[in-house]
Design a protein around this ligand. Structure first.
Ligand code: AMP
Ligand code: GLY
Length: 421
């Protein structure tokens, strides 16, 4: 079986690494990939939907796997379907659960899925009047995709009004801010509830958590994610069950009822509040860096799982997940998530303990073979252990052997949010 994987992050590296373990995999082509995916198969140049269709023909692809939200929202799965090429991931209509935050909120409101109270605006003045009439802290969100940046969490009315201006008037997130959401701010620890679904059967993955702020103790600006861990021991079993049934399965049913059957990975981001779990957002693909700690725990064949999703026979798959805890520490360039420099050699990768995996994101292989930094988030170092503490110790012992100029990482990945200062 020949697989084409679309994307270039550490998430795509872990997907490639896991697919490589399948006895059914013949060739793996990644578009555009990174030096990590190149170790699992062949990288080819990236491109738009038409370039993907051409690559599928040239490389006789049996299954395309789409890693990130942009090509899903741009209808890549729909385009491949026209060509008769099987693809893992939702159609554009189903990916709207991530690509339109307003669609997602209205879906939740109509189908009784718990989420913060909200209002929708296409007029900045009306939105400002609404904000002034509220008495509690608010969150302002651009409707569309904004590379994870279109959400502004505020404390005061002044901040909320400034955020509205940024989104709706100055259009800092472009067209994504033509419409905006104003929602009540919730408080509590966050967790990711990812699942595979073929539109009928829902196969829940273990829960995981990422650490978004750049500095220890959840301080500093948000990033794409500075590390992740699975499972979160702090999340009670009954809450996990409430999320599985009341959020993930309810959302799959709701999408079916809306005539937008959902296939692929559905990822509700959850905040555990004093009044139970609430959905913060839905994502239409694996989390990054959560995938880097989930897929190492998957003992089943990922290629079989993906084929079963596409062929709508997920109910036949027997899932096996390791009981081990897994921790993934992101190593970032100095200055990220602001400006940073690249091109620094990365050393120490040959000197790691067995069972430690390094998934590459912002890296580049020079002609002389040297691996150098090429992005903000450079590597995710993952390790497993019988307990979270053992997994953490192993991950950090190995992180300390890796180095590049300006390397920054958090030292508290895998410490439950409740324990952070
Ligand atoms: P999103 O891109 O929707 O995941 O939002 C980014 C981050 O903003 C989330 O991970 C939360 O930490 C925060 N956030 C979003 N919505 C809310 C909300 N209603 N209340 C509190 N925090 C929120
Ligand atoms: N870990 C956050 C995301 O993948 O959107």
């Amino acid at each position: 079986m020949n697989v084409l994987l679309i994307g270039s992050g550490a998430r795509e590296h872990v997907i490639a690494w896991k697919l490589r373990q399948s006895p059914r995999l013949d060739s793996l082509v990644t578009m555009p990939g990174n030096p990590g995916t190149a170790e699992c198969g062949t990288n080819i140049a990236g491109g738009d939907n038409e370039a993907v269709v051409r690559a599928c023909r040239v490389h006789k692809i049996d299954l395309a796997v789409v890693g990130s939200e942009e090509p899903l929202a741009a209808g890549l799965v729909d385009r491949l379907a026209v060509e008769g090429i099987a693809a893992f991931g939702p159609t554009a209509a189903a990916a709207a659960i991530e690509s339109s935050k307003i669609f997602a909120k209205e879906l939740m409101a109509q189908h009784g899925i718990p989420t913060a109270p909200f209002a929708v605006f296409d007029d900045a003045a009306a939105a400002a009047d609404y904000v002034k009439a509220q008495s509690r802290p608010l969150v302002i969100k651009a409707d569309g995709l904004a590379k994870g940046k279109g959400v502004i969490v505020t404390e005061t009315e002044e901040e909320a009004l400034a955020a509205l201006k940024t989104v709706m008037v100055e259009r800092q997130f472009g067209e994504a801010g033509v419409r905006a959401l104003v929602e009540q701010r919730l408080f509590g620890p966050e967790t990711s509830a990812q699942a595979f679904t073929d539109g009928r059967t829902v196969a829940h993955m273990p829960f995981s958590c990422d650490h978004k702020p750049i500095f220890d103790g959840n301080r500093g600006p948000n990033t794409g994610g500075m590390g992740a861990y699975s499972p979160p021991a702090w999340l009670p079993d009954e809450t996990q069950e409430a999320i599985r049934a009341g959020v993930t399965e309810a959302a799959v049913l709701a999408m079916q009822a809306e005539g937008r059957p959902y296939q692929g990975v559905l990822y509700p981001g959850i905040m555990q509040t004093g009044t139970g779990p609430h959905v913060i957002e839905f994502n239409c693909r694996f989390g990054d860096p959560e995938a880097q700690v989930l897929l190492p725990r998957l003992e089943s064949d990922l290629l079989e799982v993906m084929l079963a999703v596409v062929e709508q026979r997920l109910a036949d798959i027997e899932f096996r997940w390791s009981d081990d805890a897994c921790v993934g520490v992101v190593l970032a360039s100095s200055g990220y998530p602001g400006g940073y420099e690249t091109g620094y050699p990365i050393t120490g990768l040959a000197d790691l303990d067995d069972g430690v995996q390094v998934f590459q994101a912002g890296t580049r292989r020079q002609e002389d073979g040297t691996l150098v930094t090429a992005g903000g988030r450079v590597l995710t170092v993952t390790a497993s252990g019988a307990t979270m503490q053992k997994a953490r110790e192993k991950a950090y012992r190995n992180v300390e052997r890796i180095s590049f100029e300006g390397m920054h990482y958090r030292r508290d990945i895998g410490v439950a949010e409740g324990a952070l200062g």
